[in-house]
Design a protein around this ligand. Structure first.
Ligand code: HMG
Ligand code: MG
Length: 309
């Protein structure tokens, strides 16, 4: 069998401080978020989605975005980004010196209404001036498409529909389109089909995979996506998170697991796994829970075994 051609390096977008912490039932102190970001940067992470500037009534956990971005220690070469649903959010993100922003659409009408209180078409109309103003300010924009492999309310989602929304965001000026398996029901074959559909209108180099791990398929989906040529992945340290408007969905694929997979495949990430595992332990302890990263668990168990010999 011919080996698939895999990329030599990947870009990992750490979304733990945003996607990971937006769904917590109790408010995580800003200082904890800032310390998490510091540890992620120390581990070599270069793209960090640190906040979202959305309505604090809708997502109270993200209400401290301005403070988090103010207190983060900036480092040359590290991009700190935030989600923005409208111009009000963009203005707040620009004031907070975000290096990038992200608009977020969906491939499911019901999810779009539940998440951002408007139809997909209305959201696209709303994003156009956001993208224009961000680009005029010299800030690059990512575009998310949610529910690319299933919707918590509508079930199956048509891949042509996903591809159409991805293409609209790309044509609007988003430099990268992150394809979100919001509820984590995707499997490798479905993942490949969906990416192939999107790649007809958006260059594969401009596509990113954003897999939630609800059904335990996220690393398999990352591998399937790597085989299509995708080389950008969103993940959250320790696998924290979920979306408040996606009932039942769990966190993103753990960054530790993606980094381990890539390193074992000979793909560079620029991230030091041991330091990343420490960052994951920090946030797991702060949230009083065990890590969702299999790699972090196995690594710790091996350390304990070695120490007891
Ligand atoms: P709305 O109620 O239709 O908006 O919400 P509105 O324009 O009528 O404003 C209502 C109130 O919100 C007003 O305040 C506005 O000022 C305020 P009031 O007058 O009542 O005091 N407001 C804002 N405040 C701060 N920042 C803003 C902002 N905009 C309005 N930017 C809206 C529409 C989009 C604002 C709302 O639905 C919302 O904030 N939704 C956010 C939902 C969200 O953050 N979801 C999670 C992120 S998406 C995700 O996790 C998926 C992803 O990970 C990919 C994947 O996994 O698929 C990205
Ligand atoms: Mg997500």
């Amino acid at each position: 069998m011919r080996e698939p051609v895999l990329p030599q390096s990947v870009k990992i977008v750490e979304v733990g401080p945003r996607d990971g912490l937006q769904n917590e039932s109790s408010i995580v102190p800003s200082a904890t978020k800032v310390e998490l970001v510091r540890r992620l940067v120390a581990a070599g992470v270069r793209w960090i989605e640190a906040a979202s500037f959305v309505s604090p009534k809708w997502v109270p956990q993200m209400a401290d975005g301005a403070q988090v971005l103010r207190d983060i220690e900036r480092k040359e070469g590290v991009v700190f980004s935030a989600l923005v649903p409208n111009l009000k959010g963009l203005d707040a993100a620009l004031a907070a010196r975000c290096g990038e922003v992200a608009v977020f659409a969906a491939a499911s009408e019901t999810f779009s209404r539940k998440n951002i209180n408007c139809s997909i078409a209305e959201s696209i109309d709303r994003f156009a001036p956001v993208v224009e103003k961000a680009l005029a300010a010299g800030v690059r924009v990512r575009g998310y498409v949610s529910c690319v492999l299933g919707c918590p309310f509508e079930g199956d989602v048509d891949t042509d529909h996903v591809a159409a929304v991805a293409a609209r965001l790309y044509r609007m000026g988003c430099y990268e389109i992150s394809l979100g398996d919001t509820i984590g029901t995707g499997t490798p074959v479905k993942t490949r089909r969906m990416i192939d559909a999107c790649a007809k209108d958006v260059p594969v180099a401009a596509l990113a995979g954003h897999f939630h791990d609800t059904w335990g398929m996220a690393t398999a989906n990352v591998y399937a996506a790597l085989q299509t040529g995708i080389s950008t992945f969103d993940s959250s340290v320790s696998g924290i998170g979920g979306c408040p408007y996606s009932p039942g969905a769990t966190g993103n694929v753990a960054t530790e697991d993606v980094v381990y997979l890539c390193h074992e495949l000979g793909i560079a990430t620029g991230i030091e796994l041991a330091a990343l595992i420490d960052a994951g332990s920090f946030i797991s302890n702060a949230l009083s829970r065990t890590t969702s990263s299999s790699v972090a668990r196995a690594s710790r168990a091996r350390e304990v075994r070695r120490a007891s010999v």
